[in-house]
Design a protein around this ligand. Structure first.
Ligand code: SAM
Length: 229
């Protein structure tokens, strides 16, 4: 059975609103429910890719809180925070580290309309000293209660939706795919439409086959490749 046009159109309409200039970098956020909730928010606001520092040998795991968002938001893993921050700075991101430090700025006073990456820390310890030294600006969400900090996924949601709001006001939220370069757009739509074929191509080290405007693959593929529609 071919990929249904309605399904392909739905995938395209979501990808059209994705943006590559808004992201999160998670420093050792380990609990599956937090990671899942953050990726679900990333999906909701249209983040194309998120980033995480993973302790050696620890692959991020998700639970039902994610509602499958891990399929729609690519998570890039780095061994150390300096690798991640260097990579994001090279791409032009301004890195906003979240911390409750005395020098941090109230997030409502910040301009998130440019390429913005929020750096969030581990559940227990927050951001590392190395992370704090590498970021561009320290920000905080004001607290009025007895408890000193928010759950990390709640903090991520507040900041991401604020960035989305600011970008909306300045016309910065993509609607027709302009938030992603074409090469990445084509790659991602193929991966979303044909995850098994994409995996097979990666294993074989070959390019993804071309697809037409209705999402049909324009190439004969070996019969044994299982396609999920
Ligand atoms: N004791 C840790 C500390 O001092 O940072 C608390 C960590 S908090 C539970 C986990 C993460 O959530 C923090 O590293 C930060 O990324 C985010 N977070 C929680 N509350 C926040 C707030 N009020 N402002 C900004 N970020 C916050």
């Amino acid at each position: 059975m071919p990929l249904l046009p309605q399904r392909f159109n739905r995938l395209k309409s979501v990808l059209n609103k994705r943006q590559s200039n808004l992201t999160v970098l998670l420093e050792n956020v380990e609990k599956p429910h937090n990671l899942s909730a953050i990726l679900r928010t990333c999906d909701a606001v249209g983040v194309l890719e998120a980033h995480t520092i993973c302790k050696e040998g620890k692959t991020p795991t998700f639970n039902s809180t994610a509602q499958g968002s891990q399929k729609w938001v690519k998570l890039n893993e780095y061994p150390e925070i300096n690798n991640a921050i260097t990579a994001l700075k090279k791409k032009g991101f301004r890195l906003y580290g979240t911390s409750l430090d005395i020098n941090a700025t109230d997030y409502r006073e910040c301009d998130f309309t440019g390429p913005t990456a929020f750096v969030l820390g581990a559940e227990k310890w927050g951001l590392s000293e190395e992370g704090k030294n590498l970021i561009d600006q320290s920000i905080y969400i004001p607290m009025r209660g007895m408890v000193q900090s928010l759950n990390v996924s709640v903090a991520a949601a507040i900041l991401l939706f604020e960035a989305l709001r600011q970008k909306e006001l300045t016309g910065g939220n993509p609607k027709n795919g302009e938030g992603i370069v074409k090469e990445i757009y084509d790659e991602r739509i193929f991966e979303w439409a044909y995850p098994e074929v994409a995996e097979w191509c990666k294993q074989k080290g070959r390019k993804y086959p071309s697809i037409n405007s209705t999402g049909e693959i324009l190439e004969e593929l070996p019969r044994d490749i299982k396609m999920r529609y």
